[in-house]
Ligand binder design. Structure first.
Ligand SMILES: Cc1cc2nc3c(=O)[nH]c(=O)nc-3n(C[C@H](O)[C@H](O)[C@H](O)COP(=O)(O)OP(=O)(O)OC[C@H]3O[C@@H](n4cnc5c(N)ncnc54)[C@H](O)[C@@H]3O)c2cc1C
Ligand code: SF4
Ligand code: SF4
Ligand code: SF4
Length: 604
């Protein structure tokens, strides 16, 4: 039998929240399980962003509050609203079969950042000084997120960064036409403003003028390694499996180094025909930079096909609009140079698609005897990045991909030395790095203070009316407005995506189902009239004789029945529910209740 809600003291029956504030907090695993299962976007976000709540604030015309909710989970909303890899959108309930397209979660995040007041005040409360000192190596998103949280928790934080500017790949990898530098500057400044000391142009390592890790371990109570993946993966070729051929060839370069050097201020040029080998963010960025540097023909050569490459669909679309061609099913096997050692052509083997790899992508299988040549004047190779460990003066345990191994407490095999971001995960994404930076910071705080000082709870708040209208379900996804192609050309600094205006942002926000709304029927008051079932837009309200509860607290299979003498309850299947409110409006006994269930942090 399904659980039965106790009666409330309002006109409607439903959960009695047992307090005057209109909400309770819960640590019941079933409540955590409900949020995990029912708010799929938040569950998919590596930083656990409370997406329905920030979208709700936009709908209410409060972009500043929306920005603050974003910032609770990730300190870089204006940045991530532009360049996030968007794992949440792939899981959005609005994109499930029969429901249409996912909500533009990421563009709405950006809208909150863009549309907040110019004088918006950040809302943060600080712990008292802890007397502990923390060193963070690397100022990429992992290092910045950790520095922010640790400084908020009262620790004295110093960030060491070898480049002249902070931001890691946000500053030295991602080009300005995707991420304007004033946005980067503003959000990094805000993340570090609560007393973090930033030392740029300082390398931690064993070379001349560098700071040895041992001295940081002696001077600080804890150290965080957030040094990313700083080396391009070598291109293996038929007669050169270790990839030496690229070094020393004119006009052939690893895309990662090309972008790094460009962002350090080196003037870059490319030939008329540019070939890019690779399939990720770096490959796409190299191609789009080459277009802006004046290349006449830019082609990205892929091992598989474009539907399997790990970048957003919008990015592929924009690259194509900039005349970048994507050609699939080919692997480079040899490089051809002229007598001066300048690249002239790439020899490829034709591939066919094979089975699936562990990471969810397809295998590419070269076809024997299928080799062909493609001429080019510049070659940029971007087949991935890897970690380097030359900053260490003592070995640490590495995993099978050569990344730093950490325990559940985010500590490496060296006592007091923690790690986060790409240095742990391998080349990944900004939101992964932010999520890891935050988790590592929480674990470091627990280790430094000898006990956890914050914990997550579920905040359950009574909602007195459906917050949506059925009509919202028919609004189509709004596309991001972009700059005209003629404005973008030859301009590395012209931001391509121009952002939603307030009206567009509200219209898109209406599309969100607000999946954190929990609709529930109080079976003690239900008279089995079926009025709710008659108005339901989907098969979301079911007659059941029982429901399984999984060990983690989530609901398992419903045991549906059509026979009245077996009906134990009329049950709302929150998985099917699109929070339209129709049942709530029609129920004659007012036995349907709504709560908003959110994960929040609380002091222990
Ligand atoms: C060209 C490019 C485009 C990308 N585009 C996207 C995108 O659109 N969306 C997305 O989600 N992800 C993207 N990524 C991936 C994303 O940028 C990374 O996953 C993310 O930046 C990793 O964060 P991190 O903090 O772990 O490391 P990083 O951002 O790499 O930062 C590491 C920092 O450590 C510093 N450092 C290293 N060694 C030392 C040392 N010994 N002493 C002092 N400092 C040191 C480095 O200088 C660097 O600043 C892109 C990556 C690249 C290269
Ligand atoms: S509809 Fe809204 S709350 Fe539901 S998964 Fe999509 S973005 Fe998240
Ligand atoms: S709110 Fe009620 S009628 Fe609407 S989808 Fe959910 S269960 Fe069905
Ligand atoms: S409308 Fe209300 S009383 Fe009627 S079956 Fe549905 S929940 Fe029960």
């Amino acid at each position: 039998m399904p659980e039965s809600d106790s009666k409330a003291n309002t006109g409607r029956s439903g959960p009695t929240l047992g307090c005057d504030d209109g909400y309770i907090t819960s640590e019941d695993p079933r409540d955590f399980g409900w949020v995990k299962e029912n708010v799929p976007c938040q569950t998919a976000c590596p930083a656990g962003t409370d997406i329905p709540t920030y979208i709700w604030e936009i709908l209410q015309g409060r972009p500043g509050d929306s920005y603050e909710i974003n910032r609770e989970a990730n300190v870089l909303p204006g940045i991530l609203g532009r360049i996030c890899s968007r794992p949440c959108e792939g899981k959005c309930r609005h994109g499930w079969p029969g429901n249409g397209d996912p909500v533009s979660i990421c563009h709405l995040k950006r809208a909150a950042a863009d549309l907040k007041d110019r004088g918006h005040r950040l809302n943060e409360s600080l712990y008292a000084p802890s007397g502990k000192k923390v060193a963070i190596i690397g100022s990429g998103p992992a290092g910045v997120a950790a520095a922010h949280d640790l400084s908020l928790m009262g620790h004295d934080v110093t960030v060491f960064e070898r480049e002249e500017r902070p931001g890691g790949m946000l500053a030295y990898g991602i080009p300005e036409f995707r991420l304007p530098r004033e946005i980067l500057h503003e959000e990094i400044h805000n993340a570090l403003r609560l007393g973090v000391t930033l030392k740029t142009g300082v390398t931690v390592g064993n070379g001349k003028g560098e700071i040895p890790l041992a001295s940081l371990r002696a001077d600080f109570d804890a150290v965080l390694l957030a040094t990313g993946c700083m080396k391009a993966i070598d291109l293996p070729l038929r007669d050169d499996p270790d990839g030496h051929a690229m070094h020393g060839l004119g006009q052939a370069k690893y895309g990662f180094d090309f972008l790094l050097e460009m962002h350090r201020g080196e003037a870059k040029t490319v030939g008329k025909r540019v070939a890019v080998v690779g399939a990720g963010f770096t490959a796409l960025d190299c191609a789009r930079v080459a277009y802006r540097l004046g290349a006449e023909e830019v082609t990205i050569h892929l091992r598989t096909t474009e539907e399997y490459i790990p970048v957003t669909r919008e990015e592929i679309l924009e690259a194509k609009r900039e005349n970048v061609a994507l050609l699939g099913l080919r692997t480079p096997v040899a490089l051809k140079a002229d007598k001066d050692g300048t690249i002239k052509a790439v020899e490829f083997a034709q591939n066919r698609l094979g089975g699936w790899r562990e990471n969810g992508r397809r295998k590419a299988i070269p076809i024997a005897g299928s080799e062909f040549e493609v001429g080019c004047d510049t070659l940029l190779v971007a087949i991935g990045q890897r970690t380097v460990h030359d900053l260490l003066d003592e070995k640490i345990a590495l995993d099978r991909w050569n990344n730093a191994e950490v325990g559940d407490d985010w500590m490496t095999s060296l006592e007091g030395v923690f790690a986060a971001g790409d240095y742990v995960k391998g080349a990944s994404t900004v939101i992964e790095a932010v999520g890891q930076g935050r988790k590592a910071a929480q674990a470091m705080d627990t280790w430094l203070m000898g006990k956890p000082r914050r914990k997550q709870v579920v905040r359950i708040e009574r909602v007195e009316e459906p917050l949506r209208q059925r009509a919202f379900d028919f609004i189509e996804r709004h596309h991001m407005p972009t700059q005209a192609i003629t404005t973008r050309v030859h301009d590395l600094g012209c931001e391509v995506e121009t952002g939603y205006d307030p009206d567009l942002a509200r219209e898109e926000a209406k599309r969100c189902y607000l999946c954190n709304l929990h609709y529930k029927i109080d079976i003690d008051n239900c008279i089995y009239c079926r009025a709710c079932i008659d108005v339901a837009p989907k098969n979301c309200i079911k007659m059941v004789d029982g429901i399984k509860i999984n060990p983690d607290g989530t609901y398992g299979d419903l045991s549906e029945t059509a026979e009245w003498d077996h009906v134990g309850a009329i049950w709302i299947d929150n998985n099917e529910c699109i929070r339209c409110g129709a049942c709530y409006q029609v129920c004659p006994t007012k036995c349907i209740s709504i709560t908003r269930n959110r994960l929040v942090m609380q002091e222990v």
